[in-house]
Design a protein around this ligand. Structure first.
Ligand code: AMP
Length: 217
């Protein structure tokens, strides 16, 4: 079976971290709408400039722009054996716009709000390989450089307490309905994402292993 996964959860729930682990172990190309936007911003393209005006405030980029970006990415060759959508769809309009893709697994990362602040405010990303760190929860010897590739670490401009609050509000209002929409289709798998990276991934691995076994029988 071709995996067409959506990983969904509020900011700081671990979507990026879990997506990297899933991609390493399953045939599913990790597609992150947020990373694609950050790349456009870095290159200072017209799309990047447009997206930045929303992202820098913690708001969602308009649906038409986002859907077009993700759909065109999914048509590329490296997505033909399966994919994992991280941070998309984030609204009902987006979910309905990709109805035709036939998403078959939705991993719902559930976490209590009070855990999210430290995860976001102390988050650092590698400029080069995009690895994700947390300098409070998992202290680094060198807070400036990536342990894997030596690249420079940076903080996302939307990773502040104030912007996190805006992002959580937008999650409750616009993204929670997407979870309900997929739940009605019977494809949502709830995960307790308040635990360690290892323990959260263990739950996901069990879910995906079971799905792969069932479908191949
Ligand atoms: P993320 O890296 O997934 O946390 O996304 C960072 C930011 O990019 C979000 O806070 C939004 O401003 C924007 N963004 C990412 N994905 C979407 C989406 N599917 N729809 C609208 N905006 C998005």
């Amino acid at each position: 079976m071709m995996l067409k996964i959506v990983i969904i959860g509020p900011a700081g729930s671990g979507k990026g971290t879990m997506s990297d682990l899933i991609e390493d172990n399953y045939p599913a190309k990790h597609i992150s709408s947020g990373s694609m936007f950050r790349e456009e911003i870095r290159k200072n393209t017209p799309l990047g400039q447009q997206a930045n005006s929303y992202i820098s405030q913690g708001k969602l980029v308009p649906d038409d722009v986002t859907v077009a970006l993700v759909k065109s990415r999914l048509s590329q060759d490296d997505c033909k054996d399966g994919y994992l959508l991280d941070g998309f769809p984030r609204s009902l309009v987006q979910a309905k716009a990709i109805e035709d893709l036939g998403i078959n697994v939705v991993i719902n990362l559930m976490v209590e709000e009070h855990l999210l602040v430290d995860r976001i405010v102390y988050r650092r990303l590698c400029e080069n390989c995009k690895a994700i760190y947390n300098i409070k929860l998992n202290p680094l010897e060198d807070e400036e450089h990536c342990e894997r590739c030596g690249g420079k670490l940076y903080q996302r401009s939307d990773d502040t307490y104030e912007k996190l609050m805006v992002r959580l509000e937008s999650y409750a209002e616009e993204t929670q309905p997407v979870v309900d929409y997929y739940r009605k289709k019977g494809i949502v798998y709830d995960v307790d994402a308040g635990q360690s990276v290892e323990d959260v991934y263990k739950q996901i691995d069990e879910i995906l292993t079971k799905i792969m076994e069932e479908k191949s029988n």
